[in-house]
Design a protein around this ligand. Sequence first.
Ligand code: E4P
Length: 218
Amino acid sequence: MKFFVDTADVAEIKDLAASGLLDGVTTNPSLIMKAGRPMLDVIKEICAIVPGPVSAETVATDHKTMLAEGRKLAKLAKNVAVKVPLTPDGLKTCKALAAEGTMVNVTLCFSAAQALLAAKAGAAFISPFVGRLDDIGQDGMHLIAEIMTIYRQYPHFETEVLVASVRHSMHVVQAAKLGAHVATVPPNVLRQLFKHALTDNGLKAFLDDWAKTGQSIL
Ligand code: E4P
């Protein structure tokens, strides 16, 4: 499973990229607003830090303007994945950009039918938002299971399921159990993945005992 980080904070991305476990980055207009910096500069910087796909989202709602925005974003770096919303204009734009060889991430997916359309439109990634479904009392992971089942019936689909709106480590584990290709995870959740109290306690006990031996390995 690939791990993307869901942030436009360049300092966070640099720090997490140093772990060697980061495969890509997703951003959205809200994350750009939070970063408080010009979008195009931020995307260029991120693309230079992380060699994997970096999602940059269009903001137009009509096909013509969305396509122009997508083309401009795609020119920023080879690893830009243009993000478009799951609307008729978004899917039309997805098809056009995919035909030009641009990776497209279709975002704001909340149903299996929408995911099917995105695959037919040639999306490189479909982003179902599990946390936002959980927030309204639905089961976000059930959607991932449905999409994975559907995509498996059509081996020629090349679209990767990018589990988005991840809120906690269990979302990541459940998505991995279902075989989802990618999880995009906020920085704090990505750090949580490393954590277990028994790891910390166990390490402390080993090091305390090692100190008592008076030995050194080097
Ligand atoms: C995905 O690409 C989105 O940026 C993101 O996962 C949205 O998550 P949220 O529901 O936490 O805003």
